[in-house]
Design a binder for this molecule. Structure first.
Ligand code: FMN
Length: 325
């Protein structure tokens, strides 16, 4: 896996499932992160080949609950992001997926109370020994590239110090979200503090924060000196941000997203969640479209809402032929 000059889809809980990752890649994303999945959850999963849709699924044992779905199309650029607070548990979990993904990333930036109370995400930032333990354990025992994603500490020199320690573990790259744990999404990302880290390291740094237009990829790269750039909200709102030819109208991107959700049999809750995020950005959930998305219970309902019934039927029919073969 190469980390030079890459445009990267950031990890996003409930959003970064297969349809959005494939859509981002179709528009030009070079690397696509999946949503963070907690090690405990992955440890309950078994790997299943889903012949009906040609995907590889990690399914909670004894249920039909798909925790992570991937496919051959993204094998060389999909990153599995994990939440963990323990090196051995992280390794056992990573071993379940590592043959099916291009890299494994550890989330060290999540500020949600669920992560913090479990000693995961940003809780790791002030435990450099544990960070070292987790990353070196993964590195020593797996062939798959290992990376991690951090936020900024209170003082830039402390973040630089932490980044140096992370570099020593042998990770392939370090993604830096240019906000502190206490910052809100509306607070501007501190590109200058990402630059301090880039200046101190030899491994590739992936700069993240406030990329909303295609030109921003270049601006943040110049401002930070980072090797690659990662985008979250800009891609959630319009995945064609990755296209060098300019953004495609949101309505068209949304339709394409729904089609991919149908094709890959995405969890309807995830598709609805992403659609709601898009609608909240461009419009308002209280208007008829938003209300109808909230009321939808199945992918068939969404297909009907967006005039994609014919596509839905076509996909269903092809699957039926596969089923009876
Ligand atoms: C809906 C959503 C879900 C997110 N989930 C994750 C996650 O699972 N793992 C993670 O490391 N960061 C997560 N983040 C943070 C983003 O990856 C990214 O660091 C942050 O949004 C800053 O990038 P941006 O300014 O391009 O949005 C999430 C952000 C959003 C908006």
């Amino acid at each position: 896996m190469e980390y030079e000059n890459k445009h990267v889809l950031a990890p996003m809980v409930r959003v970064g499932t297969l349809p959005l990752r494939l859509l981002a890649a179709q528009y030009g994303a070079d690397i696509t992160y999946g949503e963070e999945i907690i090690d405990h959850k992955l440890l309950k999963c078994e790997r299943r080949i889903n012949e009906r849709i040609a995907s590889t699924d990690f399914v909670e044992k004894g249920t039909e609950n798909v925790v992570f779905r991937t496919c051959k199309l993204e094998r060389d650029h999909v990153v599995f992001q994990m939440g963990t607070s323990d090196a051995v548990r992280a390794l056992h979990a990573a071993e379940i997926v590592c043959k099916d993904v291009a890299a494994v990333d550890i989330n060290m930036g999540c500020p949600r109370s669920f992560s913090l109370s479990g000693g995961m995400g940003a809780a790791l930032l002030n435990k450099p020994e544990l960070i070292h333990d987790i990353l070196t354990t993964l590195k020593r025992n797996m062939d798959t590239p290992v990376t991690c994603k951090i936020r900024l500490l209170k003082h830039s020199h402390d973040t630089v110090e932490l980044a140096r320690r992370i570099e020593k573990t042998g990770v392939s790259a370090l993604a830096v979200h240019g906000r502190r744990v206490s910052d809100r999404p509306r607070d501007p990302a501190k590109w200058d503090e990402i630059a301090d880290i880039v200046a101190a390291l030899s491994i590739p740094v992936i700069a993240n924060g406030d990329v909303f237009e295609y030109d921003d990829f270049q601006y943040i790269k110049v401002a930070t000196g980072a090797s690659s750039v990662m985008v979250a909200r800009g891609a959630l709102w319009n995945a064609s941000i990755f296209s060098s030819e300019g953004k495609v109208p949101w309505e068209d991107v949304k339709r394409e997203y729904i089609r991919k959700s149908i094709l890959w049999d995405n969890d309807v809750k995830s598709t609805k969640h992403s659609l709601k995020e898009m609608i909240m950005h461009y419009s308002c959930l209280e208007l008829p479209e938003g209300k109808a998305v909230i009321k939808s219970e199945t992918l068939a309902d969404l297909a009907r809402l967006y005039g994609e019934q014919e596509y839905y039927q076509r996909v269903k029919k092809t699957r039926f032929q596969v089923d009876v073969d």
